[in-house]
Design a protein around this ligand. Structure first.
Ligand code: ZN
Ligand code: ZN
Length: 237
């Protein structure tokens, strides 16, 4: 273990992702952390138009199961995208802490504007799952690390209520495009519906792009009785 740590320190020395300063045991220094952008504009998961409360707009609602999305920061900020990538691809779980901290700052701003509140609602924090094989290879699910820290901070229930299930039929063997669509739609399963039923779900992931994964998760959660699904991601790529 000592040897591993020594090698890891050689390969990935503790240097700030923002200013390159050598640090004791972190990858972002205090001043650089404070400089990270925190979003204020709320957008629709489907069409990206500005919407009040981050709700899925009426035009997109027929196609999206997600009720709301909150996007914490900006992917085009090199330190934000660098931290997300380093957490995911350089296996640096230490970065979950500053990214969750950024989410807390964001939630503070949004709750001051009465756009988000965890009070009164029966919230459960649920991470987007990784495929089992990828998680084993990496050793952790970056979304779960962030989700767990948020749940701890707000004293909300945390649960890995979703799992990815292997497709019984490989996509390549399906010719019909509609069937392929359906096959991907069933990528997730609910672990225990009794833990989801009637709950407001805060679905957490590190990044989203089209929102297809968040939407698939939301659909399964609602199918299993979730009252509402609010997604929170660090950035939208
Ligand atoms: Zn710095
Ligand atoms: Zn929309």
């Amino acid at each position: 273990m000592k040897m591993f740590k020594f090698l890891a320190e050689l390969i990935f020395p503790h240097r700030c992702l923002g200013c390159s300063e050598y640090l004791e045991a972190a990858y972002l220094c205090g001043p650089c952390l404070k400089k990270l952008p925190v979003r204020s504009r709320l957008e629709c998961i489907g069409c990206r138009r500005t919407v009040p409360g981050g709700i899925t707009c009426p035009d997109c609602r027929p196609h999206y199961s997600l009720n709301r999305v909150f996007i914490v920061s900006e992917y085009h900020d090199p330190v934000v995208s660098g931290a997300i990538k380093a957490l995911k691809y350089r296996f640096l779980p230490e970065l979950a802490k500053p990214l969750a901290g950024l989410a807390v700052n964001y939630i503070q701003d949004q709750s001051a504007l009465h756009r988000i509140s965890f009070a009164g609602e029966n919230f459960a924090v649920v991470p987007v799952p990784l495929h089992g094989r990828r998680e084993n290879w990496r050793g952790f699910n970056q979304a779960a690390l962030i989700a767990r820290k948020l749940a701890e901070h707000y004293r909300l229930d945390y649960g890995e209520h979703l799992k990815r299930q292997n497709h019984s039929i490989p996509q390549a063997q399906i010719d019909d495009s509609h069937m392929r669509f359906e096959n991907v739609k069933n990528a997730f399963a609910c672990v225990d519906p009794s833990l989801v039923r009637g709950r407001s779900i805060l679905l957490v992931d590190d990044v989203c792009t089209t929102g297809a994964t968040l939407n698939e998760c939301a659909m399964i959660l609602k199918k299993n009785g979730a009252a509402s699904v609010t997604a929170l991601v660090i950035a939208r790529g």
